[in-house]
Design a protein around this ligand. Structure first.
Ligand code: MLT
Length: 412
């Protein structure tokens, strides 16, 4: 008899974005006349073509793969040296932050890394998760057996939820009691909030005091426009002793379909073994990658490397400016409707308070039915997300402008 992983049975029906896709498909089938009018502002998926510097690098790399002398088979599981070094140099050392090339692990996505990191952490950890939050943090802990069942609001027993509300500007404060592992995401998905240096310092101080681990998701750091806001947890003194950082090329280089990201595991980061001895996590992650992963393809790593060239950097800037232009258009349109809008200034997501009496899913249904725009219901990100919806600014300019026009016609 083969047994299944019963923890999966505790998960709610579907992962949020496939569930939204299912509902949109059902709507389109029921209303074929509206199907071609649908504008998707739900999932944060990029729409603009890859930067030309990446395209050129991809072509060159494909040509290399076509010749015996330059063909490559398996690459290093941790990533090619050329990319690890470009990342460490440009994203960290050029900004005065200490990260060694071999502390960078190249992967096929931050979603995967955020889930896979649990492989090297103990099952006895108490885990704190902001609410609302990117659903992957919660669901991967459920799958790993770190929780009990969910209650009616969708909150899982055993997780320590950190409410993010307008009162704390959607940035969670460290709890009074110690937790072993905490997830932080800044700029935040879904609220668009960005933690200040002081807020991150409070978290690092907390983590050092309690020997906790911070899992810091910085997938949207390229969207930070305010020079006072930190892009990396390693800008905070002490973070090398308590934090792992996840970064992605999905939202800066437009790699959602290309797949490339990385995780920084400092060699100075320790966690407790079963005998009370503190040991480095770096060799464990290295071992995990070498055993369960065969690396990102050579051609994709060459494309990611091209993002760090001067042309690549300028092209990334254009992409970010494009999406942030959409964010401004959508933000102004929603505000003009009298809605309260958060985020969208240093992040590509707008977090919108639903009109009084509307639940998140009611807002989702009404906006889809009345103006054929897809948003993400805030309750899909956690109990505290009820009463909000998220709008993604990843879209063409024409779609953002059309969505803005349609919002203006909506009877709220
Ligand atoms: C989102 O819409 O939250 C993101 O696209 C999800 C992701 O990056 O995996």
């Amino acid at each position: 008899m083969a047994y299944l992983n019963a923890h999966y049975l505790k998960l709610k029906a579907g992962y949020l974005f496939p569930e939204i896709a299912r509902r949109v498909k059902a709507f389109a089938e029921a209303h074929p006349e509206a199907a071609s009018r649908i504008i998707r502002c739900g999932i944060g998926d990029v729409t603009e073509p890859l930067p030309p510097a990446c395209i050129e690098a991809l072509h060159r790399a494909v040509d290399e793969m076509a010749r015996r002398e330059t063909f490559r088979g398996y690459g290093p599981e941790q990533g090619y040296e050329f990319l690890r070094s470009a990342i460490a140099q440009h994203d960290f050392r050029n900004r005065g932050l200490e990260v060694a090339d071999d502390e960078v692990f190249v992967s096929d996505g931050s979603k995967c890394d955020c889930g896979n990191i649990l492989d090297i952490l103990g099952h006895q950890n108490t885990i704190a998760i902001p609410d609302p939050v990117y659903p992957v943090y919660v669901d991967t802990n459920v799958m790993a057996g770190h929780t009990g069942p969910a209650d009616d609001s969708g909150a899982y027993a055993g997780l320590r939820y950190l409410p993010c509300t307008p009162d704390n500007y959607f940035v969670p404060e460290p709890p009074r009691e110690p937790v072993d592992v905490v997830y932080l995401c800044s700029p935040n998905n879904p609220t668009g909030a960005v933690a200040t240096r002081a807020q991150l310092q409070a978290w690092v101080d907390y983590a050092l005091r309690h020997q906790s681990l911070i899992l810091f998701d910085a997938a949207y750091e390229a969207y930070i426009a305010d020079p006072a806001l930190p892009h990396s947890i390693y800008e905070i003194p002490g973070a090398r002793e308590c934090a792992i950082e996840f970064r992605s090329f999905s939202k800066n280089g437009g790699f959602t379909g290309v797949r490339c990201a990385y995780t920084v595991v400092p060699k100075t980061l320790l966690a407790m073994d079963d005998h009370g001895q503190r040991r480095p996590l770096h060799p464990l992650w290295n071992r995990r990658m070498a055993t369960k992963f065969n690396g990102v393809s050579y051609i994709v790593q060459r494309a990611a490397e091209a993002l760090y060239t001067p042309e690549g950097q300028a092209q990334v800037r254009q992409l970010i400016d494009h999406y942030m232009g959409n964010a401004r258009i959508l933000r102004e349109a929603l505000q003009a409707c009298g809605l309260t809008v958060y985020g969208g200034q240093n992040a590509p997501y707008l977090w919108v308070k639903t009109p009084p009496g509307w639940s998140s899913w009611q807002a989702f249904d009404a906006i889809l039915e009345k103006i054929n725009v897809v948003v993400t219901p805030g309750s899909g990100f956690g109990a505290q997300g009820e009463g909000y919806f998220r709008l993604s600014s990843f879209n063409s300019r024409a779609n953002a402008e059309e969505a803005a026009r349609r919002f203006a016609t909506m009877k709220w």
